[in-house]
Design a protein around this ligand. Structure first.
Ligand code: AMP
Length: 300
């Protein structure tokens, strides 16, 4: 193997080797492949927390080498969203990934991801509609496009996504299937703070009082799941949970029970053995929180 392509962790700096071009990434991936290593990719936008790091652990269980990409993708933000203020802290991200045993950070320059005159976009269809696809119509096209590019660039055997962004996971699985992209998509479970709040890079935006209220979103989902699992009315319990959240200062975008595989709304046509999941998005001030929870034993 060409020694120039062999990256080593520097124990003094406690940071990881970082690559910022497609060419260098492909050279490293080829060098690893020549050594017989399998490769996993964990795509992120940085601002890393335990949720992301759990995906590194999962990736490590499946492959010999773990690449974590960090790219705040402009095409998945609407003009009035938080692209410019999104948490960016390369040094901390690098230290966390070093501690967690990732092998390489791929932090591409914007110009590597989007040429000035680029025009191509991936639209995935039905699975990207509803839920976040309704309130953020630009979002999944941007996500699918950037993930498709990352997969073409890194050609990983395995790519890991979190169930925190459950609809995103299904959108990517659908895209990979439909475009015959040779990677296996694996979902990692949603990681929460001790008080139940789903971990998110955006949680740092919350003021102290908002942070205290934020776990109520998870509590509302738990409450609906409890009631629904006991066989009581889905509509009533969702209505009650929404108004409780509204009373606490949340602006609820959606709180819906859906088929966990198709994301269809649950109704009389839903198969009795369908796996179900409850999904919510709500804002506290300017911060949009999303969460989801599996439902079991629904009596219908
Ligand atoms: P992001 O940096 O927010 O784009 O997220 C990168 C990846 O980390 C996505 O696959 C997310 O679903 C995943 N992720 C973010 N937060 C969590 C969490 N709390 N638990 C598990 N995975 C997460």
């Amino acid at each position: 193997m060409n020694s120039k392509l062999s990256f080593r962790i520097d124990p003094m700096t406690k940071t990881l080797p970082k690559i910022d071009t497609v060419l260098k990434l492909r050279q490293q991936v080829s060098a690893w492949r020549a050594q017989g290593y399998t490769i996993a990719l964990v795509p992120t936008m940085g601002g890393l927390h335990e949720g992301h790091l759990s995906l590194v652990d999962l990736a490590r269980q499946h492959c010999d080498r773990v690449i974590v990409s960090i790219f705040v993708n402009p095409t998945q933000f609407a003009p009035d969203e938080d692209f410019s203020t999104y948490p960016r802290d390369s040094k901390t991200d690098s230290e966390l990934l070093h501690q967690r045993g990732a092998d390489l950070i791929y932090q591409p320059l914007s110009s590597e991801m989007y040429a000035e005159n680029e025009t191509t976009r991936i639209t995935v269809g039905k699975i990207a509609q509803g839920l976040c696809g309704t309130s953020r119509p630009h979002f999944f096209e941007g996500v699918a496009t950037v993930v498709c590019k990352l997969l073409c660039q890194a050609s990983p055997d395995v790519t890991v996504f979190g169930e925190k962004d459950y609809q995103q996971l299904l959108v990517i699985q659908t895209m990979v299937r439909d475009l015959s992209i040779p990677t296996k998509i694996i979902g990692g479970k949603l990681i929460r703070e001790a008080d139940g709040l789903a971990m998110s890079s955006r949680n740092v935006y919350l003021t102290k009082p908002q942070r205290t209220k934020a776990p109520l979103l998870y509590k509302a989902l738990q409450q609906v799941v409890d009631i629904v699992e006991k066989g009581h009315s889905v509509t009533q319990s969702i209505k009650a949970a929404k108004s409780q959240l509204t009373n606490q200062g949340f602006v609820v975008d959606y709180l819906e029970l859906r088929d966990a595989d198709t994301l269809e709304l649950v109704d009389k046509d839903t198969k009795p053995d369908a796996r179900l999941r409850i999904f919510a998005a709500a804002s506290l001030g300017k911060t949009r929180l999303i969460d989801n929870l599996a439902v079991s034993n629904l009596e219908r």
